[in-house]
Design a protein around this ligand. Structure first.
Ligand code: ASP
Ligand code: MG
Length: 423
């Protein structure tokens, strides 16, 4: 008998029929003798619907008071889900009880719309489990020190589930979603993409941060920190498949590297179309310039990703970096109005039509020439690289957005990730 946490995403909870199927699946796990905690998302589309309503009425400037109300609104989607799922389980004859974030409680900081979990009190959940109930906990939401409802950012239910699993020291956390695992890349771009049976936690972290949308990145961080065994699998298999088959399906996120070392050098290709590039031209090349440019950007709470500084000519240099597209206009204005005059830069230019393509693999640690193979592949396709950044287990390039699919497809092939053709 194990303590298992299931997380169900929005599409898995998309209709009452789907919720019934979730209840049947959970009931199957209960009958197999497991103690179950379930963390569902809002029904698909619901969070968007709620935020769209809010948008019609919200003030132009979203200050803390307004963000607080956004969370009060957005969190209701999950409130409905837990109640419906508890009813559906009860209808199966399985005792079940729902808890909102504040009832557990799942404590967070007060960063509305992107709060971080600070503590989870497991006493109430444990008491319910002892009493033989399935415990259903809202994803996405928590409560701040002032007793206000917070949310964890879009996709935050993943993080709720992993955090709950960590707090309860669960034996495994299963993330049920609309894909059947983690793929070598997005199968919508590359139909030959393969499901990975396992992926190391570090690779998963890179994939999530580089744009793979399977798991919210914070959930992976949590899993790493508390070593929560994590599996991504599909909720679209028939609910009554044998439980051991189900327990071995999907993609397992592993913490042991050794078994992986033998495998492919590159495990996956990630891409991201959410960034924009900005170049500050003709800045005097002297100590403190990077800080003069990026200091005000950081102060404005804008995250910077890839950074490049060129060699200088006649004491001046060009300085490029990327930011999220949502921050593009704000960053450009800030640089033009404040930074350029202060540094003596000659010009600030930008480009939103870029994308970042990355290869990820812990095998890169022990193999040379991986990055050069990437560059060769792109050059053979005539794709110009605008920026490059590397870490121990990834290499990313910034290229023109219009070549993204071509780049991903050719890299997927070059690193032998395409599924073998059936004979
Ligand atoms: N319902 C929330 C969202 O749509 C949280 C989640 O689904 O993980 O972002
Ligand atoms: Mg999700």
């Amino acid at each position: 008998m194990a303590l298992i946490v299931h997380k169900y995403g929005g599409t898995s909870m998309g209709s009452t029929e789907r919720i019934r199927s979730v209840a049947q699946r959970v009931a199957k796990w209960v009958r197999a003798g497991h103690r179950m905690v379930v963390v569902p998302s809002a029904m698909s589309g619901e969070t968007n619907r709620l935020l769209a309503l809010a948008k019609e009425l919200q003030p132009a400037r979203m200050d803390a008071a307004a963000l607080r109300e956004l969370d009060a609104i957005a969190a209701t989607g999950e409130q409905v889900s837990v109640g419906l799922l508890a009813l559906a389980l009860q209808a199966q004859g399985v005792p079940a009880v729902s808890h909102a974030g504040w009832q557990v409680p799942i404590e967070t900081d007060s960063a509305f719309t992107k709060a971080r979990i600070t503590r989870i009190d497991d006493a109430r959940v444990r008491a319910d489990l002892e009493a033989g109930r399935v415990v259903i906990i809202t994803g996405f939401q928590g409560i701040d020190p002032d007793g206000r409802v917070t949310t964890l950012g879009r996709g935050g239910s993943d993080t709720s589930a992993v955090a709950v699993a960590a707090a309860l020291k669960a034996d495994e956390c299963l993330i049920y979603t609309d894909v059947d695992g983690v793929y070598t890349t997005d199968p919508r771009i590359v139909p030959e993409a393969r499901r990975l049976a396992t992926i190391s936690f570090e690779e998963m972290l890179e994939m999530a941060s580089l744009g793979s949308k399977v798991l919210q990145i914070r959930s992976v961080e949590f899993a790493g920190k508390y070593r929560v065994p994590l599996r991504v699998l599909s909720s679209f298999t028939p609910w009554d498949i044998p439980i051991d088959e189900e327990a071995r399906s999907g993609t397992l996120i592993t913490f042991e590297e050794d078994e992986k070392m033998e495998q492919a050098v590159v495990s996956g290709i990630a891409f991201n179309r959410d960034e924009a590039k900005i170049t500050v031209m003709g800045v005097p090349d002297k100590p403190g310039v990077a800080f003069q440019i990026l200091g005000p950007v950081a102060d404005a709470n804008i995250d910077v990703d890839v950074i490049i500084q060129n060699v200088s000519h006649d004491g001046r240099t060009d300085f490029s970096f990327t930011v999220h597209r949502n921050d593009y206009v704000r960053t450009l204005e800030l640089l033009k109005s404040k930074v350029a005059p202060a540094t003596g830069a000659t010009q600030v230019v930008g480009d939103t039509r870029i994308c970042k393509v990355s290869i990820v693999g812990i095998g890169m640690r022990s193999h040379v020439g991986v990055a050069s193979r990437m560059f060769r592949t792109l050059s053979e396709e005539g794709i110009n690289i605008q920026m490059i950044t590397t870490s121990e287990i990834k290499t990313s390039v910034v290229i023109d957005e219009k070549y993204m699919e071509l780049a991903v497809r050719s890299l997927h092939k070059a690193f032998e990730l395409d599924a073998p053709v059936a004979a």
